[in-house]
Ligand binder design. Structure first.
Ligand SMILES: Cc1ncc(COP(=O)(O)O)c(C=O)c1O
Length: 480
């Protein structure tokens, strides 16, 4: 069994095994004609169920053959131009190379004595990101597992900075279309059920600052504590960017922590053309960036950045067996002192490889292309009487719904759209997402693939219309 341990004696076995796996995936990617096969849970589950984990195959080729059956064949492929559903990106090759290296070397980024150069690389990337944001000389941060964890950590720091002991008094203000991780974080942080105040949005789905000002004032008058405002720079559904300068102004006025959730919009940090859309972000106390969304990085790759490095102390604990206090005096950089995690992947390496091979402009160009594609898609939808499209895209999403000419019942239109999404998924021809707007069911394109063409969007819209019409036809038959 020792032959399976990666070490000096097995370097050749490692090379052959990984190459065999890479070749399988490369062949698969080259031959994938649809983003999904449409496999059902009922069809797939028995194939996985029947595998006896206590009876190994002892042969890499046989295991890869089996994996083809239970995973590779029916996986959902984000690199396909007609996967236009969630905030998942096709990944850039330098980052995939980084992924292969980081899992083989297997550094753990909690302490210097488990990572050495890895720690310094992560720190440099944090500094690079903080500088792109404009957080100033005292900034710092740490890589996390994703936007959810970054938001949680930011709000933990905000809670600790309020110096209020009565958690029931704390309030967080976030737009009604902010990410659900804000509410989840509030719960995990022990805040009350009323802690998150939903601020209404304007027609473009941006937080109404007049409403925010009103709620902040009301909070003060009620003797409560405004713990944080979460401004979203790229909402999950609409890509809308809250008015950051005005929100920053209000936070200064009410001495409130400003967290900017730029999980999605962070790609603009690399864009020469559109960086200005994030103006005001430099006034944040903390920022979430998800490189695994708009920097084309493999999952996971995210970071939380803070204006004042000292605030990260709220996540610091010392243990003799890991990061004893004396190491701080010895100036040994232990990233665990800043993180909610202990053992932690060297995800930073993927971004490092990306920046060293492609440069930030390369990433920015790719993100600009998907934003341009979204505008093309909007023009298509706005000119198509079969569809209602909600807002002009601020980044790269489009929320729309099929509106049949002959049907006025909104509930029936809901059902037609729900059916169309499911039928499309079952066909595997394309994958789109869904959401609700004003209580009604809508469909969503999240465009993160620069290889998707306007013609793909037009074709997917035709497929959606076809499925919706089929549903409505059958519905008529059922009624008659
Ligand atoms: C605006 C926003 N914030 C946070 C998150 C959570 O990120 P993750 O899925 O990486 O935890 C998302 C995910 O879509 C998001 O869109």
């Amino acid at each position: 069994m020792r032959s399976h341990l990666l070490n000096d004696l097995t370097a050749e076995h490692y090379r052959r095994s990984v190459t065999e796996g890479v070749e399988r995936v490369a062949a698969k990617l080259a031959a994938t004609e649809r983003p999904f096969t449409g496999v059902t849970v009922d069809a797939l589950a028995p194939r996985i169920e029947q595998i006896d984990l206590d009876r190994p195959l002892h042969d890499t080729t046989a295991v890869l053959d089996e994996l083809e059956e239970v995973y590779l064949r029916d996986a959902v492929y984000f690199h396909h131009p007609r996967y236009v559903a969630h905030l998942n990106c096709p990944v850039v090759i330098p980052a995939v190379l980084g992924e292969a290296i980081l899992s083989a070397v297997n550094s753990s980024l909690d302490t210097w004595d488990q990572s050495a150069g890895g720690t310094l690389i992560e720190r440099k990337l944090i500094d690079w990101t903080a500088a792109r944001i404009g957080l100033g000389p005292a900034a710092d941060g740490v890589f996390t597992s994703g936007g959810t964890q970054s938001n949680l950590q930011a709000l933990l720091l905000a809670r600790e900075e309020t110096k209020t002991h009565d958690l029931a008094e704390l309030r967080i203000f976030a737009s009604e279309v902010s990410h659900f991780s804000v509410r989840k974080s509030a719960k995990l942080l022990g805040l009350s059920q009323e802690a998150v105040v939903a601020i209404p949005v304007d027609h473009d789905k941006r937080m109404r600052t007049v409403a925010l000002a009103h709620e902040l004032e009301r909070c003060r008058q009620d003797g409560l504590v405004p713990m944080a405002v979460v401004a979203t720079a790229g909402t999950t559904d609409f890509g809308s960017i809250d008015p950051l300068p005005e929100i920053a102004e209000l936070c200064a006025q009410y001495a409130t922590w400003l967290h900017v959730d730029a999980a999605y919009g962070c790609g603009l940090l690399a864009s020469r053309q559109h960086r200005g859309r994030l103006d005001g972000i430099e006034r944040a106390d903390s920022v979430t960036v998800d490189y695994h969304k708009s920097f084309f990085q493999p999952v996971s790759s995210s970071a939380v950045l803070v204006r004042d490095a000292a605030t990260l102390r709220h996540a610091t604990y010392h243990a003799e067996y890991l990061n004893p206090r004396r190491m701080v005096q010895e100036r040994i950089p232990n990233q665990v002192d800043k993180s909610l995690q202990t053992t932690r992947r060297f995800d930073a390496l993927k971004l490092w490889m990306t920046l060293r091979v492609m440069g930030a402009d390369g990433i920015g160009e790719l993100f600009d292309q998907v934003c341009d594609l979204a505008r093309e898609g909007w023009r298509l939808l706005a000119a198509d009487p079969r569809f209602d499209v909600v807002v002009e895209p601020a980044l790269s999403t489009l929320v729309f719904r099929y509106i049949p000419a002959a049907v006025t019942d909104p509930a029936e239109i809901d059902r037609a759209n729900l059916y169309a999404r499911k039928a499309l998924f079952a066909s595997g021809d394309a994958v789109v997402a869904g959401t609700k707007v004003g209580g009604r069911h809508y469909l969503k394109f999240t465009l993160l693939n620069p290889e998707t063409r306007p013609a793909d969007l037009a074709a997917v819209l035709d497929l959606i219309a076809g499925h919706a019409e089929q549903y409505l036809g059958e519905s008529l038959d059922r009624a008659s």
